[in-house]
Write a protein that binds this ligand. Sequence first.
Ligand code: HEM
Length: 561
Amino acid sequence: MSLSCSLKSCSSIQSAAPLKPAAKTRQQQHSPCSSNPSSQRITCKRYPGALLSLPLKRGAFLGCTVTLHSTHDQQSSIRSPQRGVKGQHRKVPAAKLTLEKETQTQAKHGGEKEGLELPPGSLGLPIIGETLELIRSLNPENPDAFSGPRQAKYGRIFKSNALGRNFITVSGPEAAAQILTNEKLYATEWPRSFKPLIGEHALSMTNGPKHKYLRALIANPLSLENLKTYVPLIERAVLSLLDSWQEDTILKAHQEMRRLTFNVISELIFGAKPGPQTERLSGHFDVWVQGLAVLIPIDLPFTKFGKSMKARRAILSEVAQIVGERRTALRNGEPVPNDILTRLLTEKDAEGRQLTEVELSDNLLNLLFAGHDTSASSLSIIIHSLGSRPDVQQKLRDEHARIRSGKAAGEPLTWQDVRQLAYTDQVISEGLRLRPIVGNAFKVATEDTTMYGYRVPKGWSVNLDYRAVMCRDSYFPEADQFRPERFDEKLKPYTFLPFGSGERQCPGSALARMEMTVFLYHFLHLWDFELTNPSEETVFVPMVRPKEGLPLKLRRRVNFQ
Ligand code: HEM
């Protein structure tokens, strides 16, 4: 998962970028953002977003909803809400979305690539390109330090060269549609540190037929059908966490969110209950994740990347032990948990294939990571934003009270309840938009192609800046404000991409939304909270998180039942 690294770009572009040629028009405004809820302003660092939400009940839907399809049908289709006709969705194949002028221009130039210019921008010095500028601009609190000024100067597309690669950075919904609906032309290629750390057989790291095969097997346990059965487990984990908190103490909420999401994902994957093994695994992950932000991965014992690789080996050794025990139990016909591991060990794809040992371990690591820090960071950002918005907290509590009023005290939440929490889902969407956890999609052009009327040569890296799109006022008016109500309005396609889109769309998005929904439902009921530092900054590397860990003052509202 990209966090905020290397060739990614993000600056706040407040107005529409040039169509083409970019050099003729300049972006006037570039305002890198930082969170400052004290003034009720969350200054934006540019955020993307995805058209994805829990499948809400008819009539209770968000601005736009992309449904999770069966794992065999990953063609993204976008349900474009017809405002004013509540509950109706028009299903539009992504490829047929009406794109803007730029894309039409592109189509026109499709056969004339040779005559086109490369995008504006500089390839820097011979050999080293702009590597020094890239390294100099590394700043965990401003992931847009490299790309921001270039986007301000050149617009929605620019070229550069760093770390031995030519690349272009693009930041517009038209480019997003073009890239995310064409995996053949724009294959996934994450920064160099990712593959050795996550594993070459992990779903996120593969392309083509191998990706399709793995996706069918791995996304299945995360399908909506299976998801419904996970509500009780998630609710138990949430309540257990909330019950462990003490009144009148200062609690570092981000660490607590990490604890929660790690406990949930490790139980969903391995049936593991919180204990010494999950503690050990979680500790290894803390070290492992640091390696993802390394630009030049050198695997030596004293380098950050080397330590991260060591943590990978430790994680895999724990995982191998769990898998071994499960295989034995399955062979002996002993009872086993109905978790993701059991499914992965027993299910076959349409052609009867099963994951090999190495595919299994790489993908278990992939899922543990993808399902852990991402959701924890999103929850922290949402709590942070809510801290300055008592009005939004009240609306949430009112919505939750409507569900609670139909239940006996202590009666568990159901999947149906979760689906009805439409405003909660909007709050989650707004948190995901304001501080997207995955800031960029990293691709490589497999053929000569064109974009925004410029030539993109085969072999060049293509960095789609999700975050830039989400922070643009033209798509999200007052984009630096936390305004969940904006999801009442129809969204422009490919402007909201926190979970990506198309064949690589996050298969865990519905799970993540459900987990966040259940947490908010109980958290706001049981606790009042106050931010000790409402203007706490956000750090973006290696994962998005509040800089000081989000300290909260807590006051119990209702005794735990
Ligand atoms: C708020 C939480 C989450 C966010 C923001 C998020 C975001 C994303 C994004 C943007 C991508 C696509 C990256 C691309 O463009 O290539 C992705 C892929 C992925 N996500 Fe998530 N994710 C979240 C939670 C989860 C969870 C809970 C799981 C599973 C347990 C998960 C599993 C995956 C996997 C396996 C992929 C790779 C898909 C592929 O390459 O086909 N994610 N995620």
